[in-house]
Ligand binder design. Structure first.
Ligand code: UD1
Ligand code: CA
Length: 468
């Protein structure tokens, strides 16, 4: 078995994106395009992977880390020139080199593997991966001779009318005999419409030297889609989404409306979970089995257990344990840890707080910087007052406590187990276990005072009018 190397071209700016972010770092379903390419290449058991970086070099390195070696192309003089930069690391090695671009995020590991196999079976020095495009504009065209052998690849800007009519396109992916690749790269020039050193010119170089050049046409053009602008970016994301959703459905997840469900690449979902329309599941999110993720919920970088019900809510960087539920219209902000069987109702915000088993926070409540025990009932409209304008403070509430509606719990404060807070209290001092705290003004009733207010006159008129 020959050694296998890969070169990923990722030095370009991506001018057509009109973006501050370098093209190959634009995400498709939550993952930068170049990361998709690398991930699929990695699955092919490579001996060495080299990424050519230039524009945004530091950011690309930060994204791909140690997964690849890097060479820098400081001036973007073309795809051929880009591959040349890898000569330093690969030039003296025997084996096969796969070349792919950082802006083609949809290629699968299987396609790369098929290309390797085809390349070897043909004994070729170079094999280009091609596809049939209904609308080939913008791609390099595969020019074959009468025998069907590839003679050259012609770029859009250099193509004659007849060449431009060809619908077989260059996907930008190739296999090369590694030594032949670097030898031939010294023979290309930049005598073309873009004044660039084209990698694609190698085909003609090999052809003229009588070496075997092959082309492997993949079935699915869509998979080869190159992203040069935002329109293509949206198209690529659509294709990727369809693929991701299909895989989840095949694994036993119900997706009610796959065309309107947005699941990032690395999200994991257990079987018999139901995902309703308009849901976004982002980043490193894991969802268990038998959950219902209700319409228009958004879950980011969070872990959701089994049998959890999320109704139209937003969850970021948080954990919900088995059998808990939330919503509608609630928000878990970072570091919320929602225990087993916990009920979070509507219009509740939780931040940096742990809520123990079976505790209920039903309505209109803010829980920030707090540790709540088990089996607590938090009444409607309770506020954990955590911020003094400068610092955040923490509150603890013990198991089986009861917090009456409309309470303010002003941190830092400790409320013991089995404590009872009377409704409407503003708690500023610790409450011992089994005690009751009441902290509000006493009620005073004033005889007949209603009639002193303007509202009384208005009411009188309404009443009189109704009697007529
Ligand atoms: C390239 C191919 C074209 C093919 C298409 C497939 C060439 C000359 N053309 O065209 O035949 O149909 O891909 O998508 O190869 N890059 C560098 N350094 C450079 C220039 C480019 O690293 O100096 C990188 C870019 O970051 C990008 C990739 O190479 O990831 C392709 O470059 P791009 O300018 O997008 O080439 P296309 O015009 O799409
Ligand atoms: Ca491109």
């Amino acid at each position: 078995m020959s050694s296998k190397y890969a070169v990923i071209l990722a030095a370009g700016q991506g001018t057509r994106m009109k973006s501050k972010l370098y093209k190959i770092l634009h995400p498709v379903c939550g993952k930068p395009m170049v990361d998709h390419v690398l991930t699929q290449i990695e699955k092919n058991d490579m001996d060495q992977i080299v990424t050519v970086i230039g524009h945004g070099a530091e950011m690309v390195k930060k994204t791909l880390k140690e997964r690849t070696n890097y060479v820098v192309q400081s001036e973007q003089l073309g795809t051929g020139h880009a591959v040349m930069q890898a000569e330093r690391l690969l030039g003296d090695k025997d084996g096969i080199t796969l070349i792919a671009c950082g802006d083609t995020p949809l290629f699968t590991a299987e396609t790369f593997s098929e290309l390797f196999q085809y390349h070897q079976s043909k004994g070729a020095v170079a094999t280009v991966l091609t596809a049939h495009a209904a609308a080939p504009f913008g791609y390099g065209r595969i020019i074959r001779n009468d025998l069907g052998i590839v003679e050259k690849i012609v770029e859009q800007k250099d193509a004659t009318k007849e060449e431009a009519a060809v619908q077989e396109i260059n996907t930008g992916v190739y296999c090369f005999n590694n030594r032949e690749l670097f030898k031939a790269l010294h023979k290309i020039n930049n005598d073309n419409a873009q004044g660039e050193y084209y990698l694609t010119d190698l085909m003609e170089v090999f052809q003229k030297e009588g070496k075997v050049v092959a082309a492997y046409q993949m079935k699915d053009f869509e998979e080869s889609m190159g992203v040069n602008d935002r329109v293509a970016l949206a198209n690529a994301a659509k294709v990727m989404r369809k693929r991701i959703n299909k895989e989840h459905m095949q694994n036993g997840v119900t997706i009610v409306d796959p065309d309107n469900t947005y699941i990032d690449t690395d999200v994991k979902i257990g079987s018999d979970t139901i995902i309703e329309p308009g849901v976004s599941l982002k980043g490193q999110t894991t969802i268990g089995s038998d959950c219902v993720i209700g319409a228009h919920s958004e879950i980011v970088d969070s872990v959701i257990g089994d049998s959890v019900k999320v109704t139209s809510s937003t969850i970021e960087n948080s954990v919900m344990h088995d059998n808990s539920d939330i919503g509608p219209y609630s928000h878990l902000r970072p570091q919320a840890d929602i225990g087993e069987g916990v009920h979070i109702g509507n219009f509740v915000e939780v931040k940096k707080a742990t809520i123990g088993e079976n505790t209920k926070v039903g309505h209109l409540t803010y829980v920030g910087d707090a540790t709540l025990g088990e089996e607590i009932n938090v009444g409607c409209g309770t506020v954990f007052v955590n911020y003094d304008g400068i610092n955040k403070h923490h509150t603890n509430v013990g198991d089986y406590s009861f917090i009456g509606s409309g309470s303010n719990v002003v941190a830092p404060v400790e409320i013991g187990d089995h404590a009872y807070i009377a409704a409407g209290s503003t708690v500023t001092q610790d409450v011992k276990p089994h005690d009751m705290a009441i902290a509000r003004g006493r009620q005073v009733n004033k005889d007949g005072y209603y009639d002193k207010y303007p509202v009384a006159q208005a009411a009188k008129e309404t009443e009189a009018a109704k009697k007529k």
